[in-house]
Design a protein around this ligand. Sequence first.
Ligand code: GLC
Length: 395
Amino acid sequence: MKILFLNPVGNVGGAETSLLCLMGALREIEPTWQLELLLGSKGPLEGLAQKLGVQTTVLEFPAAVQGLGESGGSAGVGGGLKAIAALWSYRQKLSQAIAAIAPDVIHSNGLKMHVLSAVARRGKARLVGHIHDYVSHRRLSRHLMGQLAGKFDTLVANSNDVAQDCHFWAGQTSRVRMVYNAVDPQRFRPDGARLDLDSLSQLPPAPEGALRVGLMATFAHWKGHRTFLKAIQELGDEEAVRFYILGGPIYATGGSQLSLEELKQEARELGIEGRVGFTGFIADTASALRSLDIVVHASTKPEPFGMVIIEGMACGKAVVAADAGGAKELLANGTTGVPHQPGDPSSLAAALRRLIENSELRSGIAGRGLDFYHKQFTARRMGEEFRNVYIEARG
Ligand code: GLC
């Protein structure tokens, strides 16, 4: 079996972390399978995939395509249509690359690659679209993907909620499978290196025994950084707690992200500067999560899955998450994580207060989260489920 993975970017966000975990698991389960990866832009994903033994090439997207997105106000549908012309010429090159590699299965990961692979596929290759997002929530994507749905042999959704959305835009007859993401167990585990988050944030050391509460996410507007900052303000001046925003902007999609400066400014305006640290980009996210006591997920829109939720669980941390979308499925009715209302700072503050004030609740949630991870979110389980998807698609 030869599988060609197509990913729009070389940077590592949630969909790429999921892909790396999957490729690593497949390597172990099916060592004779050939795995190749083609990226639309350069970035750390290239080297990380090569380390797993995945042959990787970059077929660079034209600039107009790299900036194309619907989440940013600036690009919008109009800008999107312009970039479609650029996509069309790229399609030709992609077609040739696919013909040269001659895979049995193409696994596309991300909207631009879904569209491109559906129009560029040639020959016997089967097409599996790994759907990480609510396609029907975006007008242009819904339209394009609705037109192209029939080109996919299988759509794989990352949660039950996303699977339901797939049926909505792709039609009831499309083959939709649900495979939950997983995390790399070697990296995400309770024991291991930790980081000095205070010095990374250029803050004086927190008082001895202080609890550390952090939000780690890409800087997309809907990831809820502002909700978190407002919740911190509501929590008041707690000596024994320090808050962190971990990470920085990573995607190139026009207008879709906050900047570090905007968030720091907001913290100043809320008067919470000094209680919240901004670490900037962190490559070793597992060590960063291990350095926290409470991991915060605060997306303001329904989160399709939410990698950080299971990463936090795998590191043995108490997780607080916005109760919507696929993320809701990970909270198991509040037993494996503490839910709060998406986009509501008071609700987030209340959830955090419960955990901050109650160490038993904290360790109970963390313990059940870790068990839940071991039962359902291991890399091996994900690899086996995808193996079955590929075999079924090949027929
Ligand atoms: C996308 C989704 C996120 C999910 C990730 C991996 O980034 O927005 O919710 O965790 O893909 O599937």
